[in-house]
Design a binder for this molecule. Structure first.
Ligand SMILES: [Zn+2]
Length: 752
């Protein structure tokens, strides 16, 4: 079993990290699920039978065509997923069984490397399944997901609970021969051993049985959680019926709202859908305060409406099951279990960092609110700033103080041009070259594909799929995933990665203009893609973005910084009508405003991260999510003028899977590192300094999980990361924060 055959990386600004969807499918199950049935249903198919069904089921066929084969997206039928997954699971189980029962003494090659070769078919099926889950979801597919997520969870447990297999892994791990392996092989052995132990390989049989039940129950709950959230996002909306209700909205928003309404069969009206990409701009621009309040309430109450899609009871159950599982595995809480194999190592270290940033961020919010309050008063509005006013007045203050109008900036931010800008940056930093290809299948006409080559040698590196636009059935937010990881276990296999976002399509024939924040997100996700594309490792489990969740946002966050380099702005931020580059004085104003509103951004993020961590430190007590959220925020001193970025009932990062549970802190942990790392370029005098870029490629982007991230960072920077760069970047004072920084304890990895 490879541990992360499908890497999907979510983003801070996404409401929902599809990572969770995929991990849900890979790791867990449903209430009342019958283990015996599942074992029968997945083990009865022999490999020969599994292979024979490939004739009728294109999902089971190998990928064909150029570039080492590509996903057969054009042949997908939803009805094929279930038999394909079952067949893929059966094949992998029989391969694993052969390794476990091998009469030869365990060696790295016949055990660990052999495991890396298992499940090729399932990898391919799950790559496509993941795309349907996150980007092509519909009622028919949801039925399949509900049925398959518990089965996939049980399947995963069956491998990690295979005693004969674990004995072999342990034997390789403890063997003196391990010291003769390459450092990558030692790291892989450590990873297998760690993951098996963490998944309960050492438990007694009855505890293993209970663990598997818990995992299956959780899988079902995760699926229900995300389906409820998707339902609230697609079935609730705000309809605007007259011009007067559009007051303040820029033309592009009016157009998008009109198209939404037409799509929902309400021609002549305008619609604000219940997603962040629709609600945030409305809250920023609408002059109609009572409508802002309505939109805001609709959005922050997703999953919390006391109806069939309410997530509160599900959360209570998830938290209890997680607490019970942590105890079974020998950890005081779920947070301790999650953190044990991360860069941070312990919940306490993450709390220390978050608390160090929390106070200056709240202090900044007070200043921001005072500014907004004063401006409202000046305009004659006798109001107290409420959460539905924050974005609106922040935008006014931004214009007032920095003479910076987002709509003015937007005219220079064309999606197509910025994409070319990213390609150019990738050329400068990583020596990559991107050329469009049309001879591969896509799953939707919006999706386009580029081949990535080495700029100097022309050598094929991989493929980059780009799915930029919002549509029904696609998760909100933005993410990257890998359809196939780079590896060379048996000959060189190149990677296939994709970037996904939810930009609103413009009118036909007109360039798509995006906001500065969206442009930053575009670069962020591209950073994940470059992390995947730069991978240069042997084993697929260690490839590309398969690194600790509190390290994986470092490559993506650092790439955000190149959008504001003069080279990119002058060449690619050109006016959509005149073609003229963005004027220097506008760039200066953007620069001056860069720390603007960081109180808001930091507090809305940190409040979510702190509630996540505290909920998972609370142990086995029965938690009422509403009360817990309210009390925790009160204790923290949460300013009343804003809310958590993800309130608990819609916190998909945390409750649609385990991936980011007790892990939402990862974004700030990684951002400390990325801010500190970018300073290396600043110190070298240029964001395009060749020597620093080469070190970044060599020690960070190309190594995957072959070395401990703390060691990798030290190799890049010559020291551990410091927090000061982050505080400066956000415009906070640096003094309070000296003690809290992500200098991890020495890894338990014995790979070097
Ligand atoms: Zn990210």
């Amino acid at each position: 079993m490879k541990f992360k055959s499908i890497a999907i990386v979510g983003l801070l600004s996404s409401c929902l990290a599809p990572t969770q969807l995929i991990q849900a499918q890979m790791n867990r199950a449903e209430n009342g699920f019958n283990l015996k049935y599942n074992m029968e249903s997945t083990t009865q198919l022999t490999t020969a039978e599994a292979i024979s069904t490939a004739v009728d089921n294109p999902l089971l066929a190998g990928w064909k065509g150029a570039f080492g084969g590509t996903p057969l997206f054009d042949l997908v039928k939803v009805a094929d997923f279930k038999p394909a997954l079952e067949s893929g699971m059966a094949e992998r189980l029989s391969e694993v069984e052969r390794i476990a029962k091998n009469p030869a003494a365990p060696t790295f090659e016949n055990t660990i490397a052999a495991m890396e070769r298992t499940g090729r078919t399932l990898d391919r099926v799950q790559a496509v399944y993941g795309v349907w889950s996150s980007a092509m979801n519909n009622a028919e597919f949801q039925l399949v997901e509900r049925e398959m997520s518990p089965k996939l969870a049980a399947f995963s447990d069956k491998i990690t609970q295979n005693e004969a297999l674990f004995r072999r892994i342990e034997a390789v791990y403890n063997s003196p021969a391990k010291s003769r392996l390459t450092s990558e092989q030692q790291r892989l052995t450590w990873l297998y051993h760690t993951n098996f132990v963490r998944a309960g390989a050492r438990l007694k049989p009855d505890a293993k049985m209970r663990l598997s039940q818990i995992n299956q129950q959780l899988a079902g709950l995760f699926t229900r959680f995300s389906q409820n959230q998707l339902a609230d996002e697609s079935e609730r909306f705000l309809v605007l019926k007259s011009e007067a209700e559009l007051a303040g909205l820029p033309q592009s928003l009016r157009d998008a709202a009109a198209e939404e309404a037409t799509a929902k069969k309400m021609p002549g009206a305008w619609m604000v859908t219940n997603t962040r990409s629709s609600v945030d701009p409305f809250l920023t621009y609408s002059d109609r305060r009572e409508l802002r309040e309505k939109a805001w309430k609709m959005f922050v109450n997703r999953g919390d409406n006391g109806d069939a899609h309410d997530n509160n009871a599900i959360i209570t159950e998830i938290l209890q099951l997680r607490a019970e599982r942590a105890k079974l595995l020998g950890y005081p809480t779920h947070a301790h279990w999650r953190l044990d194999d991360k860069m941070a190592k312990t919940p306490e270290r993450t709390m220390k960092l978050m608390e160090a940033v929390w106070k200056p961020a709240v202090a900044r919010v007070r200043e921001e609110v005072a500014d907004m309050q004063a401006l409202a008063k000046k305009e004659g509005a006798d109001i107290k700033i409420e959460p539905w006013d924050y974005r609106y007045y922040a935008e006014k203050v931004r214009k007032d103080r920095y003479d910076l109008d987002q709509n003015e900036v937007k005219q220079y931010l064309q999606l197509d041009k910025l994409r070319e800008g990213m390609f150019w940056v990738a050329g400068e930093l990583f020596n990559f070259n991107f050329t469009p290809v049309t001879n591969v299948a896509v799953y939707h006409p919006d999706v386009r594909v580029w081949e990535v080559k080495n700029k100097t040698t022309g050598k094929h590196i991989g493929l980059w799929y780009f799915d930029p636009f919002a549509r029904e059935g696609k998760s909100s937010g933005a993410w990257m995933n890998a359809y196939r990881n780079q590896e060379r276990v048996d000959g060189s296999i190149t990677t296939i990665v994709s970037n996904n976002s939810n930009f609103v399509k413009g009118k036909p024939g007109e360039p798509v203009l995006i906001s500065w924040d969206d442009a930053t997100t575009l670069f962020h996700e591209f950073g994940h893609a470059l992390h995947g594309l730069s991978s240069n490792v042997t084993y697929p489990s260690l490839s590309g973005t398969s690194v600790a969740t509190d390290y994986v946002e470092f490559p993506s966050q650092i790439l955000e910084r190149w959008i504001s380099t003069p080279e990119v702005l002058q060449k690619f931020a050109v006016h959509y009508r005149t073609g003229k580059p963005i004027p220097q004085n506008l760039v200066d104003r953007i620069e001056r405003a860069s720390a603007f509103n960081q109180g808001f951004a930091t507090v809305e993020y940190l409040s979510s991260a702190l509630v996540d961590m505290k909920m998972h430190l609370a142990g086995a007590q029965k938690i009422d999510p509403d009360a817990f959220e309210r009390n925790t925020l009160a204790e923290l001193g949460m300013p009343s003028e804003l809310v958590m970025r993800h309130r608990t009932p819609q916190f998909g990062h945390v409750f649609s899977g385990d991936g980011y549970s007790a892990g939402y802190y990862s974004y700030i942990w990684s951002d400390v590192i990325s801010a500190d790392a970018y300073d290396a370029f600043v110190e070298a005098g240029s964001p395009y300094d060749k020597a620093v870029a080469e070190r970044l490629r060599k020690y960070v982007f190309s190594v995957g999980n072959t070395i401990d991230p703390a060691d990798a960072y030290r190799a890049f920077r010559g020291r551990d990361p410091k927090i000061e760069a982050l505080m400066r970047k956000r415009g906070f004072p640096v003094n309070d924060s000296k003690k809290a920084k992500p200098t991890p304890a020495k890894s338990k990895a014995k790979s070097r």
